[in-house]
Design a protein around this ligand. Structure first.
Ligand SMILES: [Zn+2]
Length: 354
């Protein structure tokens, strides 16, 4: 389980101020830290501007500067991405049908084979080790698929495929929590695969992470087993320095999609994702809620890697379906996979142009 102890609706950040047009002025006038905290609140009500802090920066420029504001994220005329969400939804259904998939169990092994079967012909690596936990030792296997690009640098997309060990006998199957992240990465693989040539942009590495979930109670030492190991490994071998951006997909299938603005993530990357969503007309599904999330990005955030967690931690009213047997396919929608999938593919295109 990921904590967001102080997660709040953006509209609750400044509860005593009137709604948006005055807020916009308030945000521009307030000190930077408060302005950043209010970015989502302001952006939410503003259909024109995805990046309030950029707008604030523009306003502070000398008035005599004649040149138009630079467009660092300009998408140009690149066609809008469109993943096969129906296929991604079917993957989610198939993954969920394996049942509980906690570290080391039989269903987990079947799922490993299922993922690898979908990556035939791709460049695939393993990061395997044994995790020593309060519930004993578990085999852990991160699966990495690499799609080389023409540009020097790597974009990493991650999503966990394990389910919660402590819920193994509860009927928990993790359709959203574990299933949707596994599936969207499989569909990204379909989109990124360019047989016989490099993709036009950065290399993209997809990582199906293992041991994201706690085995007993979420803490710094009981959680994120796979990514803590991988971050350390990539620090030692120099990979971390090459990562331009890292994005984590988690619980992105909820039919009522509200991607949170995670305050542990890099603000510029969150803003870029929002700009991508806006280009696709999906911005209303982003950042109505904000707060600190602990997820697979944290071991990389701690090492200075620009990272973003793309997560909907508002799963059912008051998050009631999270880590319960109610996390089932009927709560999910292919439309949500479409929204997140297209937005992340567009974000990759925008990153490629930087
Ligand atoms: Zn979880």
């Amino acid at each position: 389980m990921k904590r967001h102890a102080t997660g709040v609706r953006s509209s609750e950040i400044f509860p005593r101020v009137p709604p948006c047009p005055p807020w916009l002025k308030l945000c521009l006038a307030l000190p930077l830290a408060i302005a950043l905290a209010g970015t989502a609140a302001c952006a939410k009500g503003s259909s024109a501007n995805a990046n309030t802090s950029a707008s604030a920066a523009e306003k502070s420029e000398a008035p005599e500067a004649p040149a138009p504001a630079p467009q660092p994220y300009a998408p140009g005329s690149a066609p809008l991405p469109h993943i096969d969400a129906k296929r991604a939804f079917e993957y989610t259904r198939e993954v969920t049908a394996f049942g509980p998939r906690y570290m080391g169990n039989e269903n987990h092994k079947k799922l490993e084979s299922y993922i690898l079967d979908h990556l035939k012909g791709d460049q695939v690596e393993d990061d395997t080790f044994t995790a020593d936990t309060v519930e004993g030792k578990f085999p852990v296997r991160n699966i990495i698929a690499k799609y080389p690009g023409t540009k020097d640098g790597i974009i990493v997309i991650m999503g966990h495929y394990d389910t919660v060990y402590s819920l193994r006998n509860s009927g928990f199957v993790g359709a959203n929590d574990g299933g949707s992240s596994t599936a969207i990465l499989l569909e990204f693989a379909n989109q990124l695969r360019t047989p016989g040539k490099k993709r036009d942009g950065y290399s993209v590495w997809l990582v199906w992470t293992d041991g994201e979930e706690a085995v007993k109670t979420w803490s710094d030492t009981d959680s994120l087993y796979g990514t803590r190991h991988l971050a350390e490994k990539w620090e030692k071998d120099g990979t971390l320095k090459k990562i331009k951006a890292l994005m984590v997909m988690d619980m992105i299938g909820d039919a009522d999609l509200d991607i949170m603005r995670d305050t542990n993530s890099a603000p510029w990357l969150l803003d870029l994702i929002y700009a991508a969503a806006t280009r696709l007309g999906y911005q209303s599904h982003f950042y109505a809620l904000q707060g600190p999330i602990e997820d697979d990005h944290l071991p990389f955030v701690k090492r200075g890697v620009p990272s973003a967690d793309v997560i909907d931690l508002d799963y059912g009213y008051n998050n009631v379906f999270h880590h319960t047997p109610q996390d089932t396919m009927d709560k999910l929608s292919p439309k949500s996979l479409q929204i997140v999938g297209d937005t992340i593919m567009e974000t990759i295109q925008m990153l490629d142009q930087r």
